[in-house]
Design a protein around this ligand. Sequence first.
Ligand code: LLP
Length: 463
Amino acid sequence: MSRSAHPAGPRHGDVLPEGHYSAPPADLNALDPKVWSCTVARDAEGVATVGGIDVKSLAAEFGTPAYVLDEDDFRARARAWRDAFGTEADVFYAGKAFLSKAIVRWLHEEGLNLDVCSSGELTVALAAGMPPQRIALHGNNKTADELEHAVKTGVGRIVVDSYEEIERLAAITARQGVRQQVLIRITVGVEAHTHEFIATAHEDQKFGLSLGNGSAAEAVRRVLGHEGLELRGIHSHIGSQIFDTAGFEVAARRVVGLLAEIRDEHGVELPEIDLGGGLGIAYTSEDDPREPAEIAAALADIVRRECAAANLDTPRLSVEPGRAIVGPTAFTLYEVGTVKPLEGLRTYVSVDGGMSDNIRTALYDAEYSVALVSRRSDAEPMLVRVVGKHCESGDIVVRDAFLPADLAPGDLIAVPATGAYCRSMASNYNHALKPPVLAVKDGAARVIVRRETEEDLLRLDIG
Ligand code: LLP
């Protein structure tokens, strides 16, 4: 394999084309703990290791591309969230970020609850033994079958999102002769500072019932009018990949305001509020996320203060972090297939995956970092765009980054912080096979979600 530097493409000191990057990092071999999971390091030969296993062995045994998930890191983050909120609050992991049976078992063992948003997620959660009372069901258009499944299996709470759903759920509880605990999801009118597609609390969108136009108050009236529905509280989720707690504080203030209105109109004090998920993580070294303890303290404090001002008992708080728990725990391991320098522009590095295993760059203009992990290199940095193998020029994994100029086909590179919304949003575009999820811990690796095979494709395609 050639290790010679490529003849073209910008290098250190060149005038660089427009892009989302700053100067090349001082040391391309460094693996910044901000974006890599806690057990990632380089061994004496310079090969990256995770959970005590080197990535060359992982690639040789399980193939690439693969999502590599650091179990210790996952458990540590789950615990950090649970401990930060303590016994006064509940942490519901948002399964949409990434869900598998192993994840459910770890959550259960670490004392977290689970938020699911479909019958499919509910099925996985129950199959892995999560007690149904510790599960919450979300969704803006839950089908009658999904609601039926949830009520029948004894899901702890259902977060209702529309007038129609209130009626559907009431009919199901009447038929089954049960009472279901519910929360009402409201939109509080906060503009979260995040990508438009992942902001969810402004007025003009599909989720929740608006506080501003009175739909939230009307939903409360309707839920209270049904014997089979037990209204436990109010839910708000303002968006995702948010760094600033100011939006959550405004949301908390408005939710508590609604609790006071409900007390005044109906004479009931609701015992719970849920402020959703959405806390940001570091995708690149430039991102500075808040620690769970800091977030927990800020949220608990604002809820306490607002409730005291409104003369309400402080309700039980819950939160639903997904990305902040699983995002940083995994990286995607790829093999470099082609290296194509474009004079005066950048070098295109093609890997054996792409938008089918990480759609976030194409969909949200998300930024990622990348590193050469199968060896150390002292070559100059070259500006690269890491692209996939799909028939589409928007098939970009990492838009702008630096890799060593001696990068060659056969090298392994890894994109950190791909634990959230990558496997869960993976597709079969171009009949790509979804990569496996490997869990590593204490020098051992195991497949927790296996790689798809061509037989899987043929099994679904029944002709
Ligand atoms: N709770 C509710 C009601 C939600 O809708 C979500 C995310 C969460 C919690 C968890 O949010 P997190 O803590 O993971 O940010 N596919 C997008 C993110 C969509 C988030 C949808 N809802 C992405 O890749 O950025």
